[in-house]
Design a protein around this ligand. Structure first.
Ligand code: GTP
Ligand code: SPV
Ligand code: MN
Length: 626
């Protein structure tokens, strides 16, 4: 008989390794793989290397299962369809586990659960895992996926190994993170983040699998054991639930490591903006899911001579350098951007990136092998369309062709306007931080904070309408979403705000903090007051003038923050209602203040940082004087 490569698992015996050489696994990785193979009992093990051969193999496998189809109009492009029950992140089933509850949750007087970093005790988590993971990969392949968040082997990067039974996760992680055997070398004798993921449907399955997309929504859990740097995810194969490098490692885990080590992991795009004179400014933009980070990063400026280049579209790791500047780096390798609504008008950058080696999920497709979604309907020229559920679709059909949280996954490096420093391990120096959410009423188009602590306050008080990026899907209710990080802060919210406030130190060049609102509507007609997208460059221009030309004095002071004077904002060629866009009303702010105070009271309780209390009362004073 042919000698077969195996991993010897204690208590179980040899488990075949169908690809990769287990002898090349670092000792601790091999141990991890063997222990978890004992727990989950896969039929075989596959050690991934991130190559295009591997991509093709996953694609063949998923195609045979009916989950994936090649999009013939591009090269190496695929469309995937998930189960309609597995289309977005599930916050209610996402937990952070630490020995002491205090490290994670702020204490509250009432029994309602925290909206930020839901704590689960180590004991309860063990029970939850015991009820799910034993034998969960029976009949399935266990993929061993070594990846790095950040350039491989660099000082601030994080080495990770994810075990998964989802070939889709392998296919997409290859785009989103740096998957390579070099990560195993970088691990060497060292530690790594342990990610354990299963779709939760062992074979043979006793239930019918919709769209052949196995998942177990009723048993879903995503849990972070912070002290052990371990992430456990069960029951979902999609997005932030299963691509564990993204929200789980690069935000929740990283934010808590950043707290301990003095840096920040934030839900932010990083962009370079160059003006017609060739002067470049780097900006970080924090917004809740579905509020415009990717669109901003891939924007085509409407003003002539301006250029925007992408560094990152979703996550920023930021730390102050010895020169006192704040450097931001993108730990990801790809973009997992919202597909529906991306068009030549709104977001031409997305379409220019989607030419080769990408995966779209839960979009529609045309009979000539192209992707299709809301906003692209006019491009249908007689082709037949199949919607995200696999059903025939026609213009005028009631249901939209793509799911509202349909996504494209594409390599950052394949985007034509990628910045040459996009993968710099040090990052780029940030001059301004922009926050923004969906605020149909009351909040101006752009506001500059009075100071660092006022900026932190504005960001902490950020609210936005819910979007389809997480379940339950879009209601239009306003939700608090501090720093756009509500689902991603991996530790105590009070400590998080203190950490942000503590960034300000003598000798540091603090970026200015702004708040933007692309989504204000006319109070009577309900129509959007601002055209958005490429026109947002006009707001960036003002922000840059205020930031880099320290002496540029032109502002109006409002109770909410500094506002631009009409003559300082380039509005030429636009028909906009400046007065409505910037109206700041006493009654509105009074309600806003009360509501924000209540929120902090509920979510922070006694851990509200003193400085935030001062910001609240200064805000109150300013409102009183209106
Ligand atoms: P996540 O990937 O979920 O974190 O979202 P994101 O912050 O990257 O949001 P994205 O850029 O994908 O934008 C989400 C949706 O917001 C888009 O599909 C647009 O419909 C809308 N959007 C983005 N920018 C603008 C804008 O300037 N104006 C308006 N009106 N809508 C915008
Ligand atoms: C978000 O929800 O902010 C995303 C998509 O970027 S997911 O990867 O699903 O978290
Ligand atoms: Mn995001």
């Amino acid at each position: 008989a042919l000698a077969q490569t195996v991993i010897l698992v204690d208590g179980l015996g040899p488990v075949p390794v169908v690809k990769g050489d287990p002898k090349l696994l670092p000792r601790k990785v091999l141990q991890f793989v063997a222990q978890k193979a004992f727990l989950m009992r896969p039929r075989a093990i596959y050690i991934c290397d991130g190559s295009i051969y591997e991509r093709d193999e996953m694609a063949r496998k998923l195609t045979a299962q009916g989950v994936l189809k090649k999009l013939g109009a591009y090269s190496d492009a695929y469309i995937a369809r998930t189960s309609p029950e597995d289309t977005a992140r599930v916050e209610a089933r996402t937990f952070v586990t630490t020995k002491s509850k205090k490290v994670t949750e702020t204490k509250k007087p009432d029994k309602g659960s925290s909206e930020i970093a839901r704590w689960m005790s180590p004991e309860q988590l063990s029970d939850e895992l015991d009820a799910r993971f034993p034998f969960c990969m029976r009949g399935r392949m266990m993929y061993v996926l070594p990846f790095s968040m950040g350039p491989i082997g660099c000082q601030f990067s994080k080495n990770c190994v994810q075990l998964t039974d989802s070939p889709y996760v392998v296919l997409v992680t290859r785009i989103m993170a740096r998957v390579s055997p070099a990560v195993l070398d970088a691990i060497g004798d060292g530690d790594f983040v342990k990610c354990i993921h299963s779709v939760g449907v062992p074979r043979p399955s006793v239930v019918k699998i919709p769209h052949n997309w196995p998942c177990a929504p009723s048993k879903l859990i995503i849990a972070h054991r912070m002290e052990k740097k371990e992430i456990w995810s069960f029951g979902s194969g999609y997005g932030g639930n299963s691509l564990l490098g993204k929200k789980c490692v690069a935000l929740r885990l990283a934010s808590s490591m950043g707290k301990a080590e003095g840096w920040l992991a934030e839900h932010m795009a990083i962009i370079s903006v160059t003006n017609p004179k060739g002067e470049e400014t780097f900006i970080a933009a924090g917004m809740p899911s579905g509020c415009g980070k990717t669109n901003l990063a891939l924007m085509k400026p409407a003003l002539p001579g301006w250029k925007i280049q992408l560094i990152g579209d979703d996550i920023a790791w930021m730390r102050f350098g010895k020169d006192g500047k704040l450097y931001a780096m993108n730990p990801e390798n790809g973009m997992f951007g919202i597909a529906a609504g991306s068009t030549d008008r709104t977001n031409p950058g997305a379409l220019t990136a989607l030419k080769r080696d990408f995966v779209v999920t839960n979009t529609a497709e045309t009979s000539d092998g192209r992707y299709l979604w809301q906003g692209l309907e006019d491009e249908i020229k007689g082709q037949e369309v199949t919607d995200w559920k696999g059903k025939a679709w026609k213009k005028g059909s009631k249901a939209p062709p793509a799911h509202a949280n349909s996504r494209f996954a594409v390599h950052c490096a394949d985007y034509p306007n990628i910045h040459p420093l996009w993968d710099s391990p040090k990052g780029v120096p940030i001059s301004a931080i922009i926050y923004g959410g969906r605020r149909p009423a009351g909040i101006p188009l752009v506001t500059e904070s009075f100071s660092w602590s006022h900026g932190v306050f504005l960001a902490a008080a950020l609210k936005s309408e819910a979007t389809a990026a997480s379940v339950p899907a879009a209601t239009s209710d306003l939700q608090h979403d501090p720093m756009g990080m509500r689902p991603f802060i991996g530790y105590n919210f009070g400590d998080y705000l203190k950490h942000w406030l503590s960034m300000e130190k003598p000798g540091r060049r603090m970026p200015k903090i702004f708040h933007v609102n692309w989504y204000r509507c006319h109070p009577v007609t309900g129509e959007l007051l601002w055209p958005g997208f490429g026109e947002n460059i006009r707001v960036l221009e003002w922000i840059i003038k205020r930031t880099t030309k320290g002496q540029y004095p032109a502002v109006l002071k409002s109770a909410y923050g500094y506002l631009p004077r009409q003559e300082d904002l380039s509005l030429c060629g636009l028909q906009v209602d400046f007065k409505e866009l910037f109206k700041v009303e006493k009654k509105f702010l009074e309600t806003e203040l009360k509501e924000t105070r209540d929120y902090f009271r509920a979510q922070l309780y006694k851990e509200t940082p003193a400085r935030i209390g001062i910001e609240l009362s200064e805000f109150e004073d300013r409102i009183t004087r209106m």
